[in-house]
Write a new protein. Sequence first.
Length: 333
Amino acid sequence: MTNVPSKVSIIVPVYNVENYLTKCLDSLLNQSYQNIEIIVVNDGSKDKSWDIIEDYALKYPEKIKSFTKENGGLSDARNYGLERVTGDYIGFVDSDDYVTKNMFEEMLFLAEKHQAKMVICNIQKVDQNGNITQKLTQIPNMPEKIELENNFSVFSDLSYFACNKLFKRELFQHKRFKKGAHFEDIQLIPQLLLDCDIIVQTQSFHYQYLERTDSITKTHTEKGLDILKAVHDVEYIFKESMYSHKIKELKNFQIFEGVYSFLAYLAFVKDEDTFYRMADKLSVFIRERGIKIQDILNYNRFGKNYLLSLPVKKKIFYLLFFAGQKKLIRKLI
């Protein structure tokens, strides 16, 4: 009896990306590993995205499964795709990004080599000419195979993007992205990691994150409070997980995602009243969890003090916040 090769399902949510979708789909169709299905979910696009999807689905019916639905947001589109996958492993690719030719071949190989439910690759930001603008190494100075019980610091250090990971399908058996929530990756991906004994990484920069020049500047609003809600959801699952005794790592997760990530968002909130309301919510978040300012200032990520690694302006912003100097912050931003 011959072994049937594992199948990879790649979910691509699409919303108004007519200028970028072709490059994204081409990068998936040209994968060196060919036992894949590409689940393309048109989330109520108003441009020509659906026409492009239909053309590709007709041309590559053995690879592309196309669906269209009313607009429901990124989480809803991903969940729609999750209900329709048939693969053993699942990946997510945003429709304005693209990937290297051997991304899924290498990540699947590593998943099966180590019997891992989650594989992580590095990310590089690229401009619209394909020039690399920034390299984002995900887990530096750690081995290919990471046993979480002995290296659980990655729980608080990891960047929780969905798109640079390959997941065993079983992780999603009872889990979905939170519909209507912003920062849905922070809310769900840590929960999936808590169901893993080991994770595996490659140092290859497989995922190409496009920094678009034509995108409308995002307005930073109270939607940023969803970061704190996401951390709260993870805390609940954490207490029921096999890692519930890892209290230090939970606190570090609260500091990195709940404090630093939130402050990174807050720094761009222009409306003064909104800024103060959100800052007050963060203060409550910190107080309720018994997080001390010294804990925040001393937080180390991958063995280095996180605050000291920040750009000067951001460092000043954070220090002023921790000192309670919110009015000086307003002058800074």
